[in-house]
Design a protein around this ligand. Sequence first.
Ligand SMILES: [Zn+2]
Length: 230
Amino acid sequence: MRWIKYSWLALVLAPLAAQSTLAQPAPPAPQTRFVVVLDAAHGGDDTGGRLAHGQLEKSFTLALSVRLRSLLAARGIPVVTTRDSDAAVDPVKRAEIANRAQAQACLSLHTSESGSGIYLFVSSLAPAAPARFPAWKTAQAAAVMRSLKLAGVINSALLHAGMSVTLSRTSLPAMDSMTCPAVTVEITPEQNHETAAGLDDKDYQARVAAALAAALLEWRTDTGRTEARP
Ligand SMILES: [Zn+2]
């Protein structure tokens, strides 16, 4: 007897519920803010390598992060940094900061005297489907395909700026724990047939920062296009 009443009630209410759903305006689409995370590698006691001109890697990466942030801010791109000072930040904390920001691009910045041009590293984790609770140390697996695309966009921008680029895969604790499209960028001296510039060359530093900013602007357009597709 009871269920008859309830099912009758359900029959009456169901169309009403459907109507009221139809009558309501569609909820606003969630704000997809384009945010970039800049991760200046090393810091504090972890100095990184010593560069030929005496600067420490930790200072070089921080200076590049600051420069790139202002270039992006001038183009309306909000930036979250893993450090703004000479502080030691462990890989877990770096990934935590990046993951909280829900960024569309995460760049870890390194530099080294050994090598030639720019090296781009994407996590060597095998691609995996996104999980509700991804394992912390392999969280990047779900983003690795997008990271490869991001590396491709950065590669094009650097080549366009006349730089030599080497793309490869590697495993780094901070990058492997990030859920955003993530690329590690290592800047080494420029030694191609047209130009040779050391890491202390101000013009080279400016060109690298400008090319990375151009790449991120292109990436913003690309991700915007992807989101707009039905
Ligand atoms: Zn380094």
